[in-house]
Structures are given as structure tokens and as C-alpha cells.
Design a protein. Structure first.
Lengths: 404, 410
């Protein structure tokens, strides 16, 4: 441990790890962007990593280290010691871009990571600081890649043609020459597969679910939060208990009942079930918020002759507008994303919701890019809503937590 | 002088408040019992029933009517059928209106005419019963219009079919079936693996993500929004994207791994044991880390910074600050998240169903419900699995309440 805490050793080890991280990142990014063959070169990374780490420790002039390092990368590009190796068909311009971006993203963060390190033994503080900076950089790359790559693949696949996908599954470059034909999967989905109607069904089912949920949960939440009655504590606990019941257990009897009563394949049937899955959580979130509101305002209203229902309508609801938006968004998201019930209860393609429609596309006869285009269509509205109202959405997501 | 004491009985105001509370809660209680409690009771009932998917169609008489010419004379032909091949119908028969201009001739022995209506009785019939009744008629009028009139009215059939869901036949075979053999153990193993590692993984990864974003820098809001993407987008979209990405033949990830020289031949991520189970667990972690991330970050930001300043003064190193200061503060939210996520992961169905369909050793208990009920068409066995799930959950919630009531002060 103590030998690791020598400035030179710390610099070299962190430099080595970081070189590999960056080489893999650059290779993967450029492969996904161009479909060409890039891969990290172990020997080059070893030399450049150790060298870069040492240089950042011993040469304190950051500008000198950086320019020298990038120059070295450029020189090594023409030797087998290049940090990024290329297949024969990679144009020189791409090679240059790969190596220079490796050099830049390698040495610039590295000098920042090792800013507190120096030659000789390091204090525990300086050492851990360097390690934490390295882990932070590593974390940003890993998390961003893990989240972005699937979504990138989803969007790009939907824009490809079947032949192009089979020829090179890695090539996600957009063939701009195809013009509007790029969106062929989408036009076919809306034209032949009726996705416009699925979009509409999903939309009004989700909105109605939100309305019905609020209609039931607002009075319930108010009662639990404000009114004193026997069994209040037991009630507020059992709300959470209901949230623990798995949908698949309920789906079976619901399927049987709906089959026998002819409610299967109907939207009203769906609308009988969806709100019930969201009422408990909405009630729980709202009662938490109602409790935080000052009771004095409501008491003043009561003194002035309002009835309890008028108090809810004229005082509590306007005060809790932000919470209502959060809850509505959360419920909308649950209803929009719901898959299991739609899958089990809807067979008739004219009544599909969007998720059920996308599930239909998962067949060997329908090309993959159609499936991905369907996925994009299902994702975009909820993403737009999420990005536009992120503040409310995150509040909605966390509102279930009582602490924190 | 009397000492004033608080009232021991409930006053009128208090009673009125309680009444109002219950009336506000009544709609919720009603609808929740209808859609949640009732099905839960039903699942217990069904789990003891020998019922298959085909039994859901009720046993009932099916009657078709047609007016046609047969060997020179006009007949009305009724085709009477039992909809079930196995179950009997008690007191099968039908009635039909006789129209003006249609006069029946010699009636078969089962049939009689009463006041302008034809009535035929067949008594109790076996499953697979199928008979034609021909009644010779003399027509008075245009053939085509009479045909339209006769065939326009539906004969109404009657008879009581035995309904497997409501009769008194019970069996333990469903439970014997699902507990039988190696299959149950492999299902249980998949469930335990998926639940334990999925939960812990999502928590730990969420904790790392929260640590990354627990400082202010430019672009923090963007990253926070980005890290929530997996959780917010529809399960069906992300699951199919993963399937496409990891496909052994046309998947980009395999192409990438081969190009980088990591593997020789493509890996079938979702198709081979035990990799498939690991991959669905990784997917679970990927999709649900944002939730724990969000909760943990919220808790971190509410920790008082004075404490860290004091620790800095005392010369604590960053890891020491995390281990001795942050972690103890986060323990409460971590344990609550663990309990919640544990139960939700245990309940998860969609993810595995969409990724592997429960193949290659990824069949958890919830997927098994679907598998038994719909793939093997044995509703009873599916219900039995559901009962096992429910019993396990009751056990969990016992611990949950014992623990969380101290944690949350609910």
C-alpha cells in the first residue's frame, strides 16, 4: 500500500488504467459512429499510459505535457505501438481523429486527476483524491455509455434498411443519400400497421387513467391526511401493502372474468383495471403532500362556513397543484408504459395500445428496423414529457419516499 | 369541586368526522376490493380447480337453423350441438317462433308446438352431442322472403352446462404438479438469483451514480436526466432494444466484440445457461438503478455539510468521509430501498418475459404463472404458482412491516 502511495507509482498506475479506459471508449464510439474497424492496442496503451502518468507527475507544466503527449500519439500511429489499432479499410482521416481524440481525452483528464500528486511519498489525502478523481471519470464514461448505447442503437436501427443491417451490424452511419426514405420504417408503421390509431388509443387511455385515478385518490388522500378516524394508521399502511401485490397474480383472474363477461378486447375493460393499479400509489403520494400543507388555512376556511368538500376543492387542491402535476405525470407514465395487461387482454389489432402494437411487431416476419421504429414511437412522447417537466417528474418519482 | 376530565366517549363532531372520512374513502375501498381483493380470493379458489384454458368457454347448446329443400319437400333443419366435447348438458332444448305462412307437418318425437312456438327437448346429453332435426313444412308465400323471415329469428337454446369454475370439484393436482421434480427447484433458483442480485446490483450501481452526481458542475442536470432514461422509457422499447443489440446473428454488440478480438464467435446472450440468467439480471440492474439513484441522491443532498467541514478540519480522507459519515447517514434510505426493490424485483414479470420468454433457465415464479396458464394452457397450475408467490409475499411483508414501521415511522 505504501509503495503504491509513491507519487510516481500512483501516476503510472492511474495513467495505465485511464489509457485503457479511453482507448476502449474511443474505439467503441468510433466503431458505432462509422462501422469501421477500431480496437485498442494493448502495447501502445501500456507505454502511453505509464509514460503519460509519469510525465504528469514529474513535469509540472501541463501545457508542455499535453502537447508532447498528443504529438507522441500521432507519431506512434504509424507504428504497431499505436494506442488504437485499425483495420486496413480505415481512412487516414479517421485514424488521425481516433489517435488525436485518444491523446486529448487521455492526457487532459489525467493531468487533472493527478493535480494533487507529486513526486515522492503522497499523503493519504492526496492519494485518495487522485483515486477518486479517476473513479469519477471512469464512472461518468461507464454510466453514460451504458445508458446511451441502447438508445442510440434503437434510434439508428430504425433508420437503417434491412440489407445494410445484415451487411454490417456495427454500421450506424446515416445514409443521407436516401433522403426521406430514411424514415421508411416510420411511414410504413403509420401507413400499414395502424400506429396512428395505437398512439391515439394509448394517449386517451393514459389521460383517462390519470383523471380516474385523481378522482378516487384525492378524497381518499385527504381523508387519510387530515381527518381523524379509527383505523387511519392501519389504512395508510395497507395502501402500501396493495402496491406489493404482483400484477401477474391479479392478471390471471382478471383474464378469466373478462373472458367470461366479454370485457376482453374492450377499452372500457382496460380502463376498469388501469386506475386501480395506480390509485394506491397516487393516494400514498398525495397524502404525504397534504400532510405537509398548513392545516390553519383549511381551518380558516371551515370557520368561514365552507364544507369539507368545498375546503378540498377551493383550498387544498389549488395549494397542492405541484403535487398533482407530479402524481399525474407519474400515473401517465405508468399507464403509457403498461404492457402486461394490454398484452393479455387485447387481441383485436383495431383496439391495441401502443405497447401492445409494438409487441405485435416482434415476429420473425417483420424486419427489425420496424420493431425499433415502434420502440422509438413509444419512447418519444414519454421522453418529451419527461424532459419538458423533469422537475415535476423526479419529484413524482421520489414522492413515495417519506424520508429524504 | 369536580375536576374537569377529558370526555371518555366519542362526541358528535368526532363521529361526523369519522363518517366523512369513510365516505371519502369508500370509492377507493370499493374499487380496490373489486379489482384486487376479489381476484386474490379467486386465485385461491382456482388453484384448487382442474381448469384449463379451453374450459373458459362456457358449456352451452349451439343451435343453427336453416330452411331448405330436401328430396322434393321443404324442411326447416335445426342443427343442435353441445359446445363441449367432454361435458354434459342437463335439460338441453330450444324454442323457436313459427311464422305466419309456415305450417309444420309431422313433428319429430322430441318436438311439440304450443301457441305458435316450436319447442324441442332432448333431455340430458353427453359431450360431443350433435343432432339434426328436420321438420317438414308447407309454405304459403314467396320462398325467398319466407327464408329470410325464418332464418332471421334465432332459436333460443337452453340447458345447464356444468361450469368447472363454480362446481364442487376440487383437486390438489395443481400444487402437486408445480412442486414436482427439478423444474420447481430451477424456477426457485432463478427467482432467488434474479431477485437478490438484481436488487443489490441496482442499489450499489445507484449509489455509485448518486456519488458521481452529488456535486455541482455544469451539465449536471443533463446527466441526471440522462441517467433516468432507462427507468422512464417503456419496458417494451428498452427490452426489445437489448434483444436487438445482443442478438447473436445481427447484434451490434457481438459484431463489436468480434472486431475487437475479445471473442471468436458470437455469444448467444439470452439463449444459453447460465448466461441468460445473468443477462436478465444485468438488464434489471440497468433499468432500475435510476430509481435507487434518485432516492439516494435526494438523501445525500439533505445531509448537512457542516459535518464534512468538521471532518475536513480533523484531516479525514475522502474515503474515510464516505465510509464513516455518508454511509451511516444513507443506511436508512438504503434499507428501505432494499426492501421495496426486493419485493418489486420478486414481482417483476415483463422484463424476463420480453427478453427471454422464460427460456434458458430464466423462468422465475412470475413467468411460470404465465407459462403454466397460457403456454401449457393449465389455468389451475398457473393459479397455484400465483398462490405460492402470494404466500411468499405475505412472508416478506411481515418482515417489511416489522422493519419499515421503525424506519419510516408510518
Amino acid at each position: 500500500m505504501s509503495s503504491l502511495r509513491q507519487g510516481a507509482v500512483t501516476g503510472a498506475v492511474i495513467g495505465l488504467f485511464w489509457a485503457f479506459v479511453i482507448a476502449v471508449t474511443v474505439s467503441v464510439t468510433l466503431s458505432f459512429a462509422s462501422g469501421l474497424g477500431f480496437r485498442p492496442g494493448s502495447l501502445g496503451c501500456l507505454i502511453l499510459g505509464l509514460g503519460g502518468g509519469m510525465a504528469s507527475i514529474y513535469l509540472r507544466d501541463a501545457r508542455l505535457v499535453m502537447s508532447g503527449f498528443i504529438l507522441l500519439c500521432f507519431v506512434l500511429m504509424f507504428t504497431p505501438l499505436s494506442p488504437i489499432l485499425f483495420q486496413e479499410n480505415v481512412p487516414v482521416l479517421w485514424q488521425l481523429m481516433a489517435v488525436v481524440s485518444f491523446g486529448l481525452f487521455m492526457i487532459w483528464p489525467l493531468t487533472l486527476m493527478l493535480v494533487e500528486a507529486h513526486p515522492g511519498p503522497l499523503t493519504r489525502h492526496a492519494f485518495e483524491d487522485a483515486v477518486i478523481r479517476f473513479l469519477t471519470g471512469f464512472g461518468y464514461i461507464v454510466f453514460t455509455a451504458a445508458v446511451l448505447i441502447p438508445f442510440y442503437v434503437m434510434v439508428m436501427t430504425s433508420l437503417k434498411s434491412q440489407q445494410a443491417l445484415l451487411r454490417n451490424p456495427l454500421d450506424f452511419s446515416i445514409e443521407l443519400s436516401r433522403g426521406w426514405d430514411l424514415f421508411r420504417s416510420y411511414t410504413e408503421l403509420f401507413g400499414q400497421f395502424n400506429f396512428g390509431s395505437y398512439l391515439w388509443t394509448s394517449f386517451y387511455v393514459s389521460v383517462l387513467t390519470v383523471l380516474i385515478t385523481l378522482l378516487f385518490s384525492v378524497p381518499g388522500a385527504y381523508a387519510v391526511a387530515r381527518l381523524r378516524f379509527k383505523g387511519r394508521a392501519a389504512f395508510s399502511r395497507s395502501i402500501l401493502l396493495i402496491y406489493m401485490v404482483p400484477m401477474i397474480v391479479l392478471a390471471l383472474p382478471i383474464y378469466i372474468t373478462f373472458s367470461m363477461t366479454g370485457l376482453r378486447n374492450t377499452i372500457p375493460g382496460l380502463l376498469m383495471i388501469y386506475p386501480v393499479t395506480t390509485i394506491p400509489v397516487a393516494l400514498y403520494m398525495l397524502q404525504g403532500y397534504f400532510r405537509g400543507l398548513p392545516g390553519e388555512v383549511e381551518e380558516a376556511g371551515l370557520m368561514d362556513g365552507l364544507s369539507r368538500l368545498q375546503v378540498i376543492w377551493k383550498i387544498t387542491l389549488p395549494l397542492s397543484l405541484p403535487a398533482m402535476v407530479s402524481v399525474s405525470l407519474y400515473v401517465f407514465m405508468i399507464a403509457w408504459n403498461e404492457f402486461l395487461l394490454a398484452f393479455m387482454l387485447l387481441d383485436d389489432p383495431s383496439k391495441f395500445t401502443l405497447t401492445r402494437g409494438v409487441a405485435m411487431l416482434n415476429s420473425s416476419e417483420i424486419p427489425r428496423q420496424h420493431l425499433m421504429a415502434g420502440a422509438v414511437i413509444a419512447t418519444i412522447p414519454i421522453m418529451a414529457l419527461f424532459l419538458g417537466l423533469e422537475r415535476f417528474m423526479t419529484k413524482g418519482l421520489t414522492a413515495g419516499s417519506v424520508k429524504g | 369541586m369536580t375536576v374537569p376530565t377529558p370526555p371518555t366517549t366519542r362526541g358528535a363532531l368526532e363521529r361526523r368526522e369519522a363518517r366523512l372520512a369513510w365516505s371519502l374513502l369508500l370509492p377507493t375501498i370499493t374499487i380496490v376490493s373489486l379489482v384486487i381483493i376479489l381476484p386474490l380470493l379467486a386465485i385461491f379458489w382456482i388453484s384448487f380447480k382442474p381448469v384449463g384454458l379451453a374450459d373458459l368457454r362456457p358449456v352451452a347448446p349451439v343451435i343453427r337453423e336453416s330452411l331448405r329443400e330436401r328430396s322434393g319437400e321443404m324442411v326447416i333443419e335445426y342443427r343442435v350441438r353441445n359446445s363441449s366435447q367432454q361435458k354434459e348438458i342437463v335439460g338441453l332444448g330450444f324454442t323457436d317462433t313459427l311464422h305466419d305462412g309456415v305450417t309444420p307437418g309431422a313433428l319429430p318425437e322430441q318436438c311439440s308446438v304450443e301457441g305458435g312456438a316450436l319447442r324441442c327437448d332432448f333431455g340430458d346429453v353427453e359431450g360431443g352431442f350433435n343432432e339434426r332435426i328436420r321438420i317438414p313444412v308447407t309454405l304459403d308465400g314467396d320462398l325467398e322472403t319466407l327464408e329470410a323471415i325464418v332464418e332471421g329469428t334465432e332459436p333460443s337454446g337452453y340447458g345447464v352446462g356444468d361450469n368447472i369454475l363454480t362446481n364442487s370439484e376440487f383437486t390438489l393436482e395443481n400444487f402437486a404438479r408445480i412442486f414436482d421434480g427439478d423444474e420447481f427447484w430451477s424456477v426457485l433458483w432463478a427467482t432467488v438469483f434474479y431477485t437478490v442480485f438484481g436488487t443489490i446490483g441496482a442499489l450499489v450501481v445507484g449509489l455509485f451514480a448518486a456519488l458521481l452526481l452529488n456535486k455541482s458542475f455544469r451539465g449536471k442536470g443533463v446527466l441526471r436526466g440522462l441517467y433516468l432514461f432507462p427507468y422512464v422509457s417503456p419496458i417494451i422499447a428498452v427490452a426489445f432494444t437489448w434483444v436487438t443489440l445482443l442478438d447473436p446473428f445481427s447484434g451490434s454488440l457481438n459484431a463489436l466484440l468480434i472486431q475487437m478480438g475479445v471473442v471468436e464467435s458470437p455469444i448467444n446472450f439470452f439463449g444459453q445457461r447460465p448466461l441468460a440468467l445473468i443477462m436478465v439480471t444485468v438488464f434489471e440492474i440497468w433499468r432500475y438503478f435510476p430509481l435507487s439513484f434518485l432516492f439516494i441522491l435526494a438523501r445525500m443532498q439533505s445531509i448537512d455539510t457542516d459535518m464534512y467541514e468538521a471532518a475536513d478540519m480533523d484531516g479525514a480522507s475522502p474515503f474515510q468521509k464516505f465510509w464513516y459519515l455518508s454511509l451511516p447517514m444513507l443506511l436508512g434510505i438504503l434499507s428501505v430501498l432494499f426492501l421495496l426493490r426486493f419485493i418489486w424485483t420478486f414481482n417483476k414479470f415483463d422484463d424476463i418475459f420480453l427478453l427471454t420468454g422464460g427460456n434458458a433457465g430464466t423462468r422465475t415464479l412470475t413467468v411460470n404463472v404465465y407459462e403454466q396458464a397460457f403456454a401449457i394452457s393449465n389455468i389451475g397450475a398457473g393459479a397455484a404458482v400465483a398462490v405460492v408467490i402470494f404466500a411468499t409475499l405475505l412472508l416478506f411483508s411481515f418482515f417489511f412491516f416489522k422493519y419499515i414501521s421503525q424506519e419510516e415511522g408510518l
